[in-house]
Design a protein around this ligand. Structure first.
Ligand code: 6GU
Length: 244
């Protein structure tokens, strides 16, 4: 997968050299290219923003600079374009899976009050453009949101996770864990500071362990995310689940 990121803060993306994503880049599974938006500014001050039409606080990012940057980065190609913004559609595991199937993504990081809306209109007629939010809070810019999305998407690429099965049981993964949070996990020693590991996990009884894990996932979902629990399709619940 090719991934282009346009930003006024390329330094934010240093963590993409680390861990799973760093390894995927070194292996060539992931081709990440970070671009400095100011390289396309027109004046000596490298201005990328201006005052908003209609008045109000803050600054808006200029369309001409964004247009020239995007044109140069994409050439004759047509990546899927993602614009991080708190007013976008929610970023979910489902969207991460959809984006992980794309060959080429372009992230356009806004700062200040955002990017002149005509940039999304212009490229919306040429590319698939989505404005995407990572949650109901406001960040100072899209950079951290792009790091979050890159990690969520990158770990789904073929060969990026060490264990091909580890994405299957993820909270929010489609299948039997859809809308379920993962339950607690334990390792050795069997007793730590007086706290014991649940006995079933030491029993070696795979059927009972699977049942216990599902019960714990249901309990945790009801406690932490009642709205998620309420959205579970009753058809996917068995008789035992219904007692939880
Ligand atoms: Cl994607 N961008 C910004 N700037 N703030 C956010 C966000 C994105 N998602 C939640 N808050």
């Amino acid at each position: 997968m090719r991934l282009d990121i346009i930003t006024i803060f390329p330094e934010y993306f240093a963590p993409l050299d680390v861990s799973l994503i760093g390894k995927a880049r070194r292996r060539g599974t992931l081709d990440v290219r970070v671009h400095q938006l100011r390289d396309w500014a027109h004046d000596v001050h490298k201005t990328v923003d201006d005052t908003p039409y209609g008045g109000g606080p803050g600054m808006v990012m200029k369309p001409e600079v964004w247009g020239e940057a995007i044109d140069d980065v994409i050439g004759d190609g047509a990546p899927r374009m993602i614009v991080p913004t708190p007013s976008g559609r929610p970023f979910t595991q489902e969207l991460a899976q959809e984006l992980a199937r794309e060959p080429w993504l372009l992230f356009a990081c806004g700062r200040y009050e955002g990017i002149d809306s005509r940039v999304m209109t212009e490229y919306g007629s040429r590319l698939r453009v989505d404005e995407v939010s990572i949650g109901d809070y406001v960040l100072a810019g899209g950079e951290v949101a792009v790091l979050v999305m890159t990690e969520a998407i990158g770990r789904l690429l073929p060969g990026v996770l060490g264990n091909a099965f580890s994405a299957v049981d993820d909270s929010f993964a489609p299948g039997s864990m859809r809308n379920l949070l993962e339950g607690p996990v334990y390792t050795k020693p069997p007793v730590w500071r007086g706290h014991e590991v649940p006995e079933i996990l030491l029993s070696g009884h795979h059927g009972k362990v699977a049942r216990w894990r599902r019960d714990e996932a249901l309990r945790r979902t009801v406690a932490a995310r009642p709205e998620l629990a309420a959205a579970i399709d009753p058809e996917t619940l068995d008789k035992h689940d219904r007692r939880i």
